[in-house]
Design a protein. Structure first.
Length: 458
């Protein structure tokens, strides 16, 4: 029976119709691909923000160097990436942008204008043009504004105010932007401020708390006051690159880089009484940054981050209820990334947006997709692996392909790398005697393409 299961899952080297449902029966039948063209923006970009709009359409907002450093929003349709309104539609250059959709499906962006640091600009697209949403007035310069919506459709802003950078939250009441609770809700300076709102309409903020030795603090507004969720400075040590999300069950989750664990990734949640780890703390293989946390189908949390030991390439992991497992391949982006942003649509499609260093610092979006693409098109992988199942040795046969092999790697289904090296022959024999029993993914990279196959170690 074990032989039959391994043989059924082994798809490398086969030619088959892409309509067969078992193509998507295993997560290893997928890989990361570009959504539309790589580097689709007109020119260099920064501060990219990704969100899913109506009909599961991905949108991005970014600082557009090609259009006077103004704000540009684009969406992906059947013809590729298209501008939403005019590119560079903000009144001046910006340094920060945050994109979110109202419950009725309208895109909103908040921009931090170069010429007016004291007041961010909130704009929405009415189907034809971008319009200002009230006037945000603050008592001093601000930084790092982010936008989120309550289930009732109220837009909220969180930002760092003043030279010290204390946490503040405002909301739009239909006429004006007003302070939620009191101003300057944090004890002192903050950083990595994030905002999320639960199903009851209660806003939460998470931040690096300088008043508590740069540890993580989380607060929520109870209708009257801002109160701490758990203790102040709740992390064991300094917390960096914080990301906050509310689960479908209204539990707040926070992902962050744990300085006490050499900047490895950690995710915690508040269970109503205390903060507890989700999976093992420090679950990333190496030190990471630019954490993004979102929820997918079945309330599964996902995180995206850059890996320093993997040349700042992007990796996505999800929690399966017991362990954090890598989605696809670790370091799936073609080169280093910046301004990472993660979103998942209602169909469970995962998207990652970033500034793409491999494509002249332009905008790129990648999605986790089936490697068996196309409709009614036979697909030949030109990669054979045998025997099936294997016990001591495998042969990787690439002789049917005329491309030159660049390198070869083997990972387990969690994404842990078992082998990596150069290959000069097109028929390679490897000793796998010490590999644990299970499924393994083989990836051959050429100068033009990547070829993926699998084998089962018995």
């Amino acid at each position: 029976m074990k032989y039959t299961i391994c043989l059924f899952l082994f798809l490398a080297g086969l030619t088959a119709s892409a309509q067969q449902s078992w193509y998507t029966s295993s997560p290893t039948d997928f890989e990361w691909n570009f959504t539309g063209n790589a580097g689709f923006s007109e020119g260099r970009i920064a501060s990219i923000s990704l969100a899913i709009g109506p009909n599961d359409v991905p949108y991005v907002a970014f600082e557009d160097y090609e259009n006077h450093y103004g704000a540009t929003v684009m969406k992906f349709d059947s013809n590729g990436w298209a501008n939403v309104g005019y590119p560079g539609f903000s009144s001046g250059g910006i340094s920060t942008t945050s994109l979110a959709f109202s419950p009725s499906g309208e895109p909103y962006v908040v921009n931090l204008d170069w010429e007016n640091f004291s007041n961010p600009t909130v704009m929405k697209f009415d189907g034809t043009q971008w319009l200002n949403v009230g006037n945000v007035h603050t008592n001093g310069s601000i930084n790092s504004p982010v936008i989120a919506f309550s289930p009732m459709g109220e837009p909220y802003l969180a930002f760092l105010a003043g030279l010290i950078g204390k946490a503040n939250v405002m909301k739009f009441n239909g006429t004006s932007w007003i302070i939620v609770g009191a101003a300057d809700i944090s004890v002192g300076e903050t950083d990595f401020l994030r905002l999320a709102i639960n199903s009851a309409g209660e806003p939460y903020v998470a931040f690096q708390d300088y008043g508590n030795s740069k540890k993580l603090s989380v607060m929520k507004f109870d209708g009257t006051n801002w109160v701490y969720v758990g203790m102040q400075g709740l992390s064991p040590g300094e917390a960096y690159f914080i990301s906050l999300a509310i689960s479908p069950e209204s539990e707040p989750y926070v992902a962050y880089c744990d300085f006490n664990m050499i900047d490895k990734e950690r995710v915690i949640k508040f269970n109503g009484t205390s903060w507890v780890d989700v999976g093992i703390p420090g679950f990333s293989v190496e030190d990471v940054d630019q954490t993004c946390l979102v929820f997918g189908q079945n309330s599964q949390p996902y995180v995206a981050f850059r890996e320093w030991e993997n040349s700042l390439k992007s990796t996505v992991m999800k929690f399966d209820g017991t362990n954090w497992i890598i989605v696809g391949n670790p370091g799936f982006s073609p080169d280093a990334t910046d301004f990472l942003s993660l979103a998942i649509n209602q169909s469970g499609q995962i998207y990652v947006a970033f500034t793409d260093l491999a494509n002249s610092y332009k905008a790129s979006v990648m999605t986790y997709d089936s490697i068996y693409t196309g409709i009614n098109e036979p697909i030949q992988h030109q990669l054979k692996i045998y025997p099936i199942p294997a016990t001591s040795f495998i042969t990787i046969d690439f002789s049917d392909n005329n491309e030159q092999i660049k390198d070869l790697e083997i990972t387990d289904i969690r994404g842990i790398k078992m082998f990596e090296g150069k290959a000069y022959d097109k028929k390679i024999v490897l000793n796998i005697e010490n590999y644990p029993s299970g499924m393994y993914l083989v990836r051959i990279n050429t100068l033009k393409s990547a070829y993926i196959g699998k084998f089962c170690k018995q």
